[in-house]
Design a protein around this ligand. Structure first.
Ligand code: ADP
Ligand code: MG
Length: 696
């Protein structure tokens, strides 16, 4: 072990200058270097003669440098061309030629090459003006000399993540020096897991990942580290879930009084997904533990009624329920829909909003005495002076809009209160297993029948006149429209300017005969609520807005969602925006205007959204395109910082790791069994803290 903790600067050939470069990427000790995993490999066993190369294939080739040239940008080239110099190196294997091209090469890079050198390069083969080219290839110069001999005799060479002046040559030589001594890396996975999943030991995997003899070596080694990383995270989530489950809870009994009355009074049939989810929740609430359940369902899937069944179960057991929404308008909307569902039922419900108003104090007194069964409200519910008599269930709408502390504060107002978190963002399974992996998850994956799909089209700006004419017709028929403005990345200020300009245009030039209003993020919540409420009451025909329109807002008469510069929006965001329409009896339309240049990826997004209304399908494509880190945008976290695993690519391993981790924790929560001893050691050292700090 001592050897592994040695500082890297004492390894032969490193020295203070390189030590600094290494420290920048986090390599300070020998152990750090060993766990600095190659990002890729050059595989010379698949070396092809040049004449057999095909365009667009990824290839690794060996050849001799016969020409080195630096080309400057010609004045006639447009300013959109972003390079000033090109380094062009021509290599040959005597069967043909190929050019390696670097744009804006550093002097350091230029100095690496000399005519006559043998090089290995890999990258994607392209054709440019009848020449085969690889741009910015991974490369390897086959040098003479002692150290070079070792690497030039290897068939597979590791390529490390580099930054600054760090070179593969340096990293490889350090690895070679480290490997020249015996060392030992303790195993952290029990034997039975290694055997079950056919994983190499940790030390074996480290050796194979840096010095693979064949492709299989690094594939298996990588697999092991991916598994290891996902497994420990799942172990943590399993333990957190267990902690939730161990907290004593109230036992609700299915009395079938209020819940049955509600069921009979509905003027629609619950979807089978709603029935299943209600069953999951009801089962959970009957257990003597606290419920922590995430309820996912696309907009319009009917989450409110599901939550209401749970609230009534609490009420018929003598408990109160609280329903918290992020804005006044949403809280008010929930209040009214609960009011219409509960018509004729002996349930007392009320709405608590922020600020001072008449009757508020009296309402709080009633809540405290237990005279109110269901209290709907905004953040006002978590104020210090709001006390419940006996709070048994907390429902939080659009849960990601609240902080952990806010959510906790509300549930702390009851003893052992059950919790349901609602979200309208369909989250792909792999992400949900990781970010919400400690919660129980219920999914409503079905929309109520005879819901009309929103007809979605994407068009370029040249069709704008026609589109405006179409909107005019709809508005004249008495419908309303949303116009969502260009999203300027990370600049609320520019967003605002764009939205304001668009608003001016729509208000004065395009629709002078209509009532047009502007809604943006710089407005206070009160101003926003006021405008939304005027829109809801049809005092506004066309609402021009940035992307701030409420997710849950229900304006059935709004049938048009026009999105400007839709090529700049993410898929999930487009889907969320589209969910604002299609909520009433009239046919609804989502029209996406795209402006050139439209990238291939933007086209894929626009095609996807036009072809399906299924939020889960859309979220899977979105995750695929954006990757796990970007999926929630910048704010939301809860996604562990994986070093090697990628939950999209490694979905299968994630499922396996989760299954075994949850099984182990169920059988042996404190990891006391001797067969789990090594697990316990690693877990308690590195993950216990994460377990405590983890939040969604
Ligand atoms: P969301 O999941 O977006 O919160 P809501 O709960 O607001 O959806 O429901 C949207 C609308 O659909 C509401 O008007 C609700 O009454 C209605 N609804 C809910 N479930 C059904 C169903 N099974 N059949 C028909 N309409 C339903
Ligand atoms: Mg809702």
């Amino acid at each position: 072990m001592a050897y592994l903790n040695n500082e890297i600067k004492y390894v032969k050939g490193v020295g203070p200058r390189n030590a600094k470069l290494l420290a920048k990427v986090g390599i300070k000790t020998i152990a750090d270097m060993l766990f600095y995993i190659p990002r890729d490999y050059i595989n010379r066993t698949v070396n092809k003669p040049f004449y057999q190369l095909k365009i667009n294939e990824y290839a690794t080739i060996t050849g001799k440098i016969i020409n080195i040239r630096i080309k400057s940008k010609q004045p006639y080239l447009p300013s959109s061309v972003k390079w000033n110099n090109q380094l062009i190196i021509t290599i040959t294997d005597k069967t043909s030629f190929i050019q390696c091209v670097w744009f804006n090469p550093s002097q350091w890079l230029i100095n690496q090459f000399e005519k006559g050198q043998q090089v290995i390069v890999s990258g994607i083969i392209k054709e440019y003006r009848n020449n085969l080219q690889i741009t910015h290839p991974d490369y390897e110069i086959l040098e003479e000399g002692k150290e070079a001999n070792f690497w030039s005799s290897r068939e597979i060479l590791p390529i490390y993540p580099l930054s600054g002046q760090l070179s593969n040559k340096l990293l490889r030589n350090i690895i070679l020096h480290i490997f020249s001594r015996e060392f030992y890396i303790p195993e952290i996975l029990p034997e039975y897991i290694l055997r079950k999943f056919n994983l190499p030991s940790r030390i074996d995997a480290i050796k194979r990942i840096h010095l693979p003899e064949q492709e299989q070596d690094f594939i298996e080694a990588r697999h092991r580290f991916i598994f290891e990383e996902l497994f420990f995270t799942q172990l943590m989530l399993a333990r957190r879930r267990l902690i939730w489950h161990r907290q004593p809870g109230n036992v609700m009994v299915l009395k079938k009084t209020l819940t049955t009355q509600l069921k009979h009074s509905l003027n629609f049939e619950l979807t089978s997904a709603q029935k299943r989810v209600i069953r999951e929740i009801v089962n959970d609430m009957q257990l003597p533990f606290q419920m922590n359940r995430l309820l996912q369902g696309d907009v319009g899937s009917g989450k409110t009624i599901v939550a209401l069944f749970a609230m009534l179960l609490a009420v018929e057991n003598g408990f109160q329920s609280a329903f918290m929404a992020p804005t006044e308008i949403l809280a008010t909307q929930h209040y009214f829909s609960i009011k219409s569902f509960l018509k004729g039922l002996p349930v007392k419900f009320a709405l608590l909003l922020g600020g001072y108003y008449k009757g508020k104090k009296a309402l709080k007194a009633q809540v405290e005495k237990g005279e109110i069964d269901i209290l709907v409200g905004t953040h006002s519910l978590i104020q210090k002076d709001v006390n419940f008599h006996k709070l048994g269930l907390v429902v939080i709408d659009e849960q990601h809009r609240f902080g952990v502390i806010q959510r906790e504060t509300l549930s702390q107002k009851g003893q052992f209160a059950d919790k349901i978190y609602l979200t309208a963002t369909p989250i792909p399974r792999s992400l949900a297993l990781t970010v919400y992996g400690d919660l129980d998850v219920s999914i409503i994956d079905e929309l109520p029948p005879n819901r009309k799909e929103v007809a979605t089209y994407w068009r370029t700006e040249k069709h704008k006149d026609k589109i405006i004419q179409f909107i005019r017709n709809e508005v004249h028929k008495g419908r309303q429209a949303y116009v969502v403005c260009p999203l300027v990345e990370e600049s609320e200020k520019l967003d605002l300017i764009d939205a304001t300009n668009t608003y001016e245009q729509y208000n004065h030039k395009i629709f002078p005969e209509c009532e047009v209003a502007l809604l943006h993020g710089r407005m206070s919540n009160q101003e926003k609520d006021e405008i939304m409420s005027r829109f809801k009451h049809h005092l506004i025909d066309i609402l021009v807005s940035t992307t701030v329109i409420e997710v849950g807002i229900d304006v059935p008469n709004a049938t048009i969602m026009l999105i400007e510069h839709s090529e700049r929006f993410g898929l999930s965001q487009l889907h969320q925006l589209r969910g604002r329409v299609g909520r009433g009896e009239h046919k609804s339309y989502c029209i996406l205007i795209a402006h050139h240049p439209i990238s291939d990826e933007a086209r894929l997004r626009l095609d996807t959204i036009s072809n399906t209304n299924d939020g889960f399908k859309i979220s899977e494509v979105d995750l695929e395109l954006r990757g796990p880190g970007e999926f929630f945008g910048t704010k939301q976290s809860g996604l562990p910082n994986f070093r090697i695993a990628n939950i999209v690519r490694d979905r299968k391993i994630l499922e396996q790791a989760r299954e075994i981790a949850f099984y182990i924790i169920q059988k042996d929560p404190e990891l006391k069994h001797p067969s789990n001893a090594i697990l316990k050691k690693h877990y308690f050292k590195y993950y216990l803290k994460k377990e405590k700090l983890f939040s969604h």
